[in-house]
Ligand binder design. Structure first.
Ligand code: C5P
Length: 243
């Protein structure tokens, strides 16, 4: 039984009060949703894999000096994180055309983009996360211009690092989504990476076969989601051959 105070419940995660002030516990559920919750499923074992994969990626990002909320993994489904004030944006970085970019602009899926593209979406279930511009973000005060510069710099660094990391294990990082928050330390504030990075929030394609190893397996009813996430974890050396 979990008797901790629940702070927030999202589509794939729950946040509980942490053991010390300024900390939270992030719990990874097996739930999968897509198309703004119009499609819902429960996929046994997904949460466990995402907890491990996100731990691995955030640990490496922390090591190379990209600040994240991750402190440590606590168990199969939970990690201890720093409490931040979330910026209400989804920041999407794209290297290859896919998903909503392909649909909106008619660019064939798989087309390598001339340069990486950053997009912003305003986090709102009610509005189905509409795409917004820097103008909207600063005009409505979701982030100020200096914060937005920090967010973009962070997104580019994450993209550079993860692109190389995945390439090394035969995976193409097509696109991904991050979320950022404000961490207050004394009278200092800095923007850090929050939420998760996992196959739920990235498009990952096998470099040779172009097979999808991400949540598109659920969105597009391709099946084999846990097998694909396990393969990502195996290639990164997080789990061994027999797991
Ligand atoms: O659907 P779209 O092509 O805009 O998604 C771009 C990237 O952002 C994909 O990797 C997708 O998994 C991720 N994403 C996400 N959460 C959302 C929307 C998109 O993780 N709510």
């Amino acid at each position: 039984m979990n008797r901790r105070r629940r702070i927030y419940e999202g589509k794939a995660k729950i946040l509980y009060e942490g053991p010390e002030p300024g900390t939270l516990i992030q719990f990874f559920k097996d739930d999968a949703t897509a198309f703004n919750k119009k499609k819902h499923g429960v996929i046994d074992g997904k949460g466990v894999l995402n907890n491990r994969i996100s731990e691995y990626l955030f640990t490496h990002l922390n090591k190379i000096g990209i600040p994240t909320h991750f402190i440590r993994r606590m168990n199969m489904r939970e990690q201890l994180i720093k409490e931040v004030e979330m910026i209400p944006l989804e920041i999407v970085v794209r290297n290859v055309a896919a998903g909503s970019l392909s649909e909106r602009l008619g660019i064939e899926e798989g087309t390598v983009l001339p340069r990486s593209i950053i997009e912003f979406y305003y986090k709102s279930d009610q509005l189905a996360d509409p795409m917004v511009s820097e103008e909207h973000i600063t005009a409505f005060g979701w982030a100020n211009p200096a914060e937005l510069d920090d967010v973009m710099a962070l997104a580019i660094r994450v993209n550079d690092f993860l692109t190389g990391l995945f390439l090394g294990v035969g995976i193409q990082l097509v696109d991904f989504k991050i979320e950022c928050g404000r961490l207050y330390e004394g009278d200092m504030m800095r923007i850090i990476l929050a939420d998760e990075i996992s196959p739920d929030s990235c498009r990952l394609w096998d470099i040779e076969t172009k097979e999808k190893m991400d949540k598109d397996r659920f969105r597009r009813d391709l099946g084999g989601l846990v097998e694909a996430y396990s393969e990502v974890a195996r290639r990164l050396g997080i789990i061994n051959e027999n797991e």
